[in-house]
Design a protein around this ligand. Structure first.
Ligand SMILES: [Zn+2]
Length: 113
């Protein structure tokens, strides 16, 4: 499953940080773009099994959803509507560049002392 390999990647990154600080991870927050191909529920579901046997075992995963933002020639930065695609929600101009909304990154780690 796509989300399981993503969960494993996240765990690997978080473990590197946790190792540097010599602690276990109690909780982590991930920023996930609404325009990325990752389904938050599936990532949430895949996480506990993937974390088993790592420093993240039992850690709480929070997913922060990041809306898509494009650049309209008329309106500047605009929040995009997934159903309408890469178009300004105000004037329908194409906004080919996605400024944010496709990210998947580790935002915060809460480590045990
Ligand atoms: Zn516009």
């Amino acid at each position: 499953m796509h989300e399981a390999s993503i969960a494993l990647d996240l765990i690997r990154v978080a473990e590197t940080v946790a190792l540097e600080h010599g602690g276990r991870v109690l909780a982590l927050t991930v920023r996930l773009g609404q325009w990325s191909a990752v389904v938050p529920e599936a990532l949430q579901a895949a996480f506990p099994a993937c974390a088993e046997g790592t420093l993240l075992e039992g850690a709480r995963l929070s997913i922060q959803s990041v809306p898509g933002v494009g650049l309209c020639p008329l309106h500047g930065r605009v929040e995009l509507n997934l159903r309408r695609g890469l178009r300004c929600p105000h004037c329908d101009a194409p906004t080919p560049e996605l400024l944010q909304g496709d990210e998947l990154e580790l935002d915060e780690l809460e480590l045990a002392d």
